[in-house]
Design a protein around this ligand. Structure first.
Ligand SMILES: O=P(O)(O)OC[C@@H](O)[C@@H](O)c1c[nH]c2ccccc12
Length: 261
């Protein structure tokens, strides 16, 4: 079993327990108290037209790096990312492997006006209702983790709630499977989930295979403005960045530097 399979096996148990306590109807009722979805994909498309669009990630820890930021303050980081020019946020909510929490998403979203992606491991459409109930504007589908039929159900649950879907791939076969979904927001994860090494060449390799009309997002291992320029040369102007920003004392300045050089 690789790490992703292990995480998803645990997630199925975790979700099974929570699901027994809360129906989709109850979650949708709770979602009615949140502000409407903020238009995650649209915001990115607009910005990527005339510059670099950044999905800035609020990430406390990861399985490969351990603790990334000790003084972790989701609301402060959200404001810093917004001030630094980020277009959207991604907030890790997985607890066992990323030390995330639902409350971090709620706090981050309330502290700014940016659209927010719930970064977690979706294995069940029920989680989409849960994500909207805490205010998430978008969810992630990791193609490597799911069968086609489940991906389609999760996507449909998101569309029903007017949420956007970031579809994550990391090789050619996954890009082909992503193309069978409706979403045209596709992220290429540069991190090899078996070795945890990152290589920007992964994004470069897959650019030409994306279906027409796709907004491609380069994910993971993006550390500098030069990295952004490198991906831009391949036609990718939207990035998802966590660790390299979360490690900086001044997150707003680091965000500005990443985007502007
Ligand atoms: O911290 P980085 O190297 O900038 O990477 C961010 C993001 O791409 C990474 O956190 C990520 C990409 N796909 C995921 C799926 C689940 C959890 C985390 C991720």
């Amino acid at each position: 079993m690789n790490k992703l399979e292990e995480i998803c096996a645990n997630k199925r148990v975790e979700v099974g327990q929570r699901r027994a306590e809360r129906s989709v109807t109850a979650l949708d009722h709770r979602a009615a108290g949140r502000s409407a979805p903020r238009g995650f994909e649209n915001a990115l498309r607009k910005r990527a037209n005339d510059g670099f669009a950044l999905i800035a990630e609020i990430k406390k820890a990861s399985p490969s790096k351990g603790l990334i930021r000790a003084d972790f303050q989701p609301a402060d980081h959200a404001r810093a990312y917004e001030a630094g020019g980020a277009t959207c946020l991604s907030v890790l909510t997985d607890a066992p492997y990323f030390q995330g929490h639902e409350d971090y998403l709620v706090e981050a979203r309330e502290a700014c006006s940016l659209p927010v992606l719930r970064k977690d491991f979706m294995v069940d459409p029920w989680q989409v209702a849960e994500a909207r109930s805490i205010g998430a504007d978008a969810i992630l589908i990791i193609v490597a983790a799911l069968e086609d039929s489940v991906m389609a159900e999760i996507e449909a649950a998101a569309r029903e709630r007017k949420m956007d879907v970031l579809v994550e791939v990391h090789d050619e076969a996954e890009m082909e499977r992503a193309a069978r979904l409706n979403s045209r927001l596709i992220g290429v994860n540069n991190r090899d989930l078996k070795t945890f090494t990152t290589d920007l060449a992964t994004t470069e390799r897959l650019v030409s295979l994306a279906p027409e009309g796709t907004l491609l997002v380069g994910e993971s291992g993006i550390n500098t403005h030069a990295d952004c320029e490198r991906l831009a040369a391949a036609g990718v102007r939207t990035f998802l960045v966590g660790e390299s920003l979360m490690r900086q004392e001044d997150v707003a300045a680091a965000t500005r530097n990443l985007l502007q050089g």
